[in-house]
Design a protein around this ligand. Structure first.
Ligand code: FES
Length: 114
């Protein structure tokens, strides 16, 4: 049973569970600010469910790859920060997650470009 560590909180789920669904069910802070109200509900279009992932999840889908390279996301930052769209990931092992700054969760502290 995989363990997810996120923002100092720990949750367990079944292998193969959708990461977004797990985080929502456990009331973990997936969305930042107004994104909590206006996200696409897992339809792969908004990009606000981005989280930095350390651990084993399913391979990136084509649409996830596209969305994480589409503004305000930037491919270079996506790769450097191990960003994934939670709505597109299946949990395959223990995970450590980190939500970056900004509405899209793609900004590290001290950046000002979005
Ligand atoms: S919830 Fe919108 S892209 Fe994942």
């Amino acid at each position: 049973m995989p363990t997810i560590t996120f923002d100092g909180q720990v949750a367990e789920c079944e292998s193969g569970d959708n990461l977004r669904r797990v985080l929502m069910e456990k009331s973990l802070p997936l969305y930042s600010g107004v994104a909590a109200l206006i996200h696409c509900r897992g339809m792969r279009t908004c990009g606000t469910c981005a989280v930095s992932v350390e651990g084993e999840v399913s391979p990136m889908t084509k649409i996830e790859h596209w969305r994480l390279g589409f503004p305000p996301h930037k491919r270079s930052k996506t790769s450097a920060n191990n960003l994934r769209l939670a709505c597109q990931c299946k949990v395959l092992g223990d995970l450590k997650l980190k939500k970056l700054q900004g509405m899209w969760g793609s900004r590290v502290l001290n950046e000002t470009d979005h």
